[in-house]
Write a protein that binds this ligand. Sequence first.
Ligand code: TMP
Length: 209
Amino acid sequence: MKKGIFISVEGSDGSGKSTQIENIKKFFKDKGIDIVFTREPGGTQIGEILRNLVLDKNLKEMDDMTEALVYAAARAQHVAQVIKPALNEGKIVICDRFVDSSIAYQGYGRGLGESVKIINDFAIAGCMPDVTFLMKMDPRIGRRRIKADQQDRIELEKDDFHIKTFEGYLELERQYPDRIVGIDASRTIEEIKIDIYNKLEDVLKSVVE
Ligand code: TMP
């Protein structure tokens, strides 16, 4: 079976993740390499329905475990329907957020801990990114970039939640130094892009070798 490359991009809300995802797409486009770009929660019809549900700011009563399970359910569908088939065809998959988001936001931010990893191990069935870019920026600064009326149910959480989430990301970076590439996202867009491009070149080289 052929094996593609799975790259995820993570970070706090407002950390400049979307801008750098556009740069990642451009990196591959300029090389004439086709990629499959997808996002979480979402990426499938079922996943997009679950996205609207889990981010709906009117659903204030949502229990933390329900929230964790909805993200995991969307992910299970995404892995089965989009990510695994693409990787099995040898494609490069770029995913805007993946399981680290659940560990950081639900595990650390909500304080659900290890149970989040357990439900997600079930959802992803062994499908893990080869490389994860983690955009690191003080979440208080990042959130100020998002207009108040555009914030979803998660973004509307207090600073304390976002700080715990960010600490979760830093812990993941310490635990998985071979997979997670920490990027200082407080620098200019251009400086960040250079770091990411250098890493992507290494990733491509490692596949050819
Ligand atoms: P986005 O704004 O980057 O598209 O992500 C949607 C929100 O959902 C963002 O605030 C992070 C949050 N989220 C989780 O809490 N857990 C998850 O597993 C994922 C994928 C996203």
